[in-house]
Design a protein around this ligand. Structure first.
Ligand SMILES: NCc1[nH]cc(CCC(=O)O)c1CC(=O)O
Length: 269
């Protein structure tokens, strides 16, 4: 049964202004609670860190490419965009990361589905936009990407590129069925990234990035927090055993918070 979420309907505001991550999940979760559906498929990036009592993420699928891409009809790279170009994005993280690399660039709110954004770009409303490579690939639109941005310059949002399944905690049957498609390395990475997010971000208003790389039993997570104008950046990486994924994410978040100091967060939240 197709369902439309508030996140799909509200197209004129940034997600932070419209009410945060829960926008994409609320209607679907109501379907879980009243038994119309038994599981939901989400982009992990859109999932709040705290789920309603009685619901859980029961599996993560193998992660797609987590990187962001630049899409521009006027330049081949972010570096080559014209001086004081206008870039369309409603992501606080992308806004801050762009300005960190190109302080001359202005950003404007840019939402809507991918096709709408590409049309605005064609009409010349902005010189470029930024999107997740994973989303484009899933829509068979990878070829519209102008530049794939490096994980170092442009670290992704926690959860980017990973699909998760949410279900009722009590639904043992669905849990057992879905367990078969869990991708363990992705689950480890996401455990780490979501613990990081939970530690740092109550409000959804702090530009932050975080990406955990998992190889065998080893996790290496890098996190970053920025001021919205990209002028101040704190970043740090921590590594350890996969069994410690949650602790690594939490510790990374609290260390970054300490490094930045309270004044860093007071400025705009
Ligand atoms: N906020 C919307 C959203 N949620 C997940 C993705 C990308 C796909 C993914 O991360 O799996 C996107 C679009 C985008 O950021 O370009």
């Amino acid at each position: 049964m197709p369902m439309t979420t508030t996140g799909d309907k509200i197209q004129d505001r940034s997600l932070a202004d419209a009410g945060g991550k829960g926008l994409f999940t609320k209607e679907l979760e109501e379907g879980l609670f009243d038994g119309r559906i038994d599981f939901c498929v989400h982009s992990s990036k859109d999932m709040p860190t705290k789920l309603p009592e009685g619901l859980e993420i029961i599996a993560y699928l193998e992660r797609e490419d987590p990187r962001d891409v630049l899409i521009s009809p006027v330049a081949a790279t972010l570096e080559e965009l014209p001086f004081e170009a206008v870039v369309g994005t409603s992501s606080l993280r992308r806004q801050a990361l762009v300005k960190r690399l190109r302080p001359d660039i202005a950003t404007v709110t840019f939402r809507g589905n991918v096709q709408t954004r590409l049309r605005k770009l064609e009409e010349g409303q902005v010189a470029a936009t930024l999107l997740a490579y994973a989303g484009l690939r899933r829509l068979d639109l990878a070829s519209v990407a102008t530049q794939v941005l490096s994980l170092d310059d442009f670290p992704p949002a926690p959860g980017q590129g990973a699909i998760c399944i949410e279900a009722r905690s009590s639904d043992i049957e669905t849990r057992a069925l879905i367990a078969a498609i869990q991708h363990d390395a992705t689950a480890t990475a996401l455990t780490c990234e979501r613990a990081f997010l939970e530690t740092l971000d109550g409000s959804c208003r702090t530009p932050l990035a975080g990406y955990a790389e998992v190889e065998g039993r080893h996790v290496n997570m890098r996190g970053m927090i920025l001021t919205p104008d990209g002028s101040q950046v704190h970043e740090l990486a921590l590594e350890g055993d996969a069994a410690q994924a949650q602790e690594i994410g939490r510790k990374l978040g609290s260390l970054l918070r300490e490094m930045a100091g309270t004044a860093f967060f007071d400025g705009w939240s």
